[in-house]
Ligand binder design. Structure first.
Ligand code: UD1
Length: 434
């Protein structure tokens, strides 16, 4: 179980580069199931969840070539075994993304039911309801969900609740279905639009990506394509907070500033100076300067384009340093305040009541031994440790490795004192990430 040793109090200076979005790479890799041809994906982040998805696809019969870094070639010429086994699904909930494409391509999908999850109950009922409406027969036995359909049929799907992977899963089912699928109340996240861009390159007919109404005209078959994954907006947001919280002067490069609107607005409101040096969607650059005096700011997580739940923990770390009391409302997941007790161990003053946390800021954080509980909670603790006086020890950084590529090297490159101490893996490493 690796640990991070972080010595706080150093303002970060320089340029930090953003990797490809994990949450876009995962559905795009699953989309390779939809064709016999090769799918080439550029800008794939080198993180643990991506390895897990490769294992998952390989276990079904996909050929995967990883000879070049950040590039993955996937060919699903034959899918010998359309099963997502529990051993893999239990480590990554996003494995349910293979459900839709598998039924669409092979007429059968067997996917282990995701179990409990560190950030609240995360059902996949909306994925199943949608597939049923498209004509699939869903059965459940021995911890597995089985979906069968000769050929899926287009349907009118109205999501009761906005779901990101649910929208992606059903989009991948709809592209090979017979006739038109109309999705309402669909997720508008940039990762959904990125998946649509790939599917369209593969020959799919889709309109309305990036809006809450998506129309898909099913086609008989799809072909190979090459696609570049969008920059990771959550990694970019995390480093913007790192610049602001340490009172540094950072350039966050290779990001897509247009995807960071809500985060940038809140950072400015808190008193950080933010400048968009380039708005390019692939090689965009944002400069952030923290002048050492931050103001209390309330946030409330929402679906895109609102403030992302995946940035809530990191932003809370920033609020511990802001003058005054801030309220943080978590509306997407019910149990996403696990970083709070660890931040409190570093000296933060935070009270949680239901889905609202009140942060009394301007706390002097002092280094402590803390435990990472999930992916974004880990990022929050790294940020806290960057301003705490003394050397903090972060345990269970495997959570971080699921979604952040070489974070310690990137932070060291801009002046942070952070070191990884390698130890033997722990069986607990098999828990969920977002
Ligand atoms: C995705 C992201 C995750 C992010 C989340 C919200 C990936 C791989 N993960 O997760 O990083 O935090 O979006 O932005 O892209 N729900 C149901 N039934 C369903 C599906 C979802 O009730 O069938 C509920 C969930 O419990 C949750 C809400 O809907 O309360 C949103 O979840 P969803 O958007 O599906 O999250 P994920 O797609 O799992």
């Amino acid at each position: 179980m690796d640990k991070f040793l972080i010595t706080g109090g150093i303002p970060l200076h320089g340029t930090i580069r953003i990797s490809g979005a994990k949450n876009s790479a995962l559905p795009c890799m699953a989309a390779a199931i939809l064709t016999e041809d090769e799918i080439v994906l550029e800008n794939i982040p080198q993180v643990k969840d991506i390895d897990t998805e490769r294992r998952l696809l390989a276990s079904m019969g996909a050929e995967i070539d990883l000879s070049e870094p950040h590039l993955t070639r996937i060919r699903c010429a034959t899918l010998t075994d359309p099963v997502a086994r529990y051993e893999i699904v239990k480590t990554m909930r996003a494995s349910s993304l293979v459900l839709g494409p598998l039924v669409a391509r092979t007429g059968l999908a067997r996917v282990a039911m995701p179990g409990g999850c560190a950030i609240g109950g995360r059902p996949i009922d909306l994925h199943l309801k949608g597939l049923e409406k498209m004509g699939a027969t869903i059965t459940q036995a021995h911890g597995y969900i089985e979906a069968r359909a000769e050929r899926l049929k287009g349907a009118h799907l109205v999501f009761d609740k906005i779901t990101v992977t649910g929208t992606e899963d059903l989009l991948m089912a709809a592209v090979l279905a017979e006739g038109e699928t109309l999705m309402e109340n669909a997720a508008r996240e940039p990762e959904v639009a990125d998946l649509v861009a790939l599917l369209v390159r593969m020959g799919a007919k889709i309109e309305g990506a990036g809006t809450s109404t998506i129309r898909v005209e099913g086609v008989e078959s799809l072909h190979g394509a090459r696609h570049r994954i969008i920059p990771d907006r959550i990694e970019a947001g995390t480093f913007l907070v790192a610049g602001a919280i340490t009172g540094g002067d950072l350039i966050v490069a290779d990001c897509a500033p247009a995807h960071l609107g809500a985060v940038i607005a809140r950072l400015e409101e808190a008193g950080a100076k933010v400048e968009i040096l380039s708005a390019d969607p692939v090689h965009g650059e944002i400069r952030i300067r923290g002048n050492g005096s931050l103001r209390a700011t309330d946030i409330s997580t929402e679906e895109y384009p609102g403030f992302p739940t995946d940035m809530q923990a990191q932003y809370m770390a920033l609020l511990t340093q802001a003058e005054g009391a801030s309220q943080v409302q978590e509306n997407i997941f019910e149990n996403r305040f696990m970083h709070v007790q660890e931040l409190v161990r570093m000296g933060a003053n935070i009270r949680v009541e239901g889905r609202t946390a009140t942060v009394h800021g301007a706390a002097r954080l002092s280094a402590a031994s803390v435990m990472c509980s999930d992916l974004r909670a880990s990022a929050s603790l790294v940020l806290g440790a960057l301003v705490a006086s003394g050397q903090s020890v972060l345990d269970r950084v495997y959570h971080m490795d699921r979604g952040y590529e070489r974070i310690e090297e990137k932070l060291r490159g801009v002046g942070a004192k952070i070191e990884r101490v390698r130890t033997a893996p722990d069986p607990a490493e098999e828990s969920f990430s977002d």
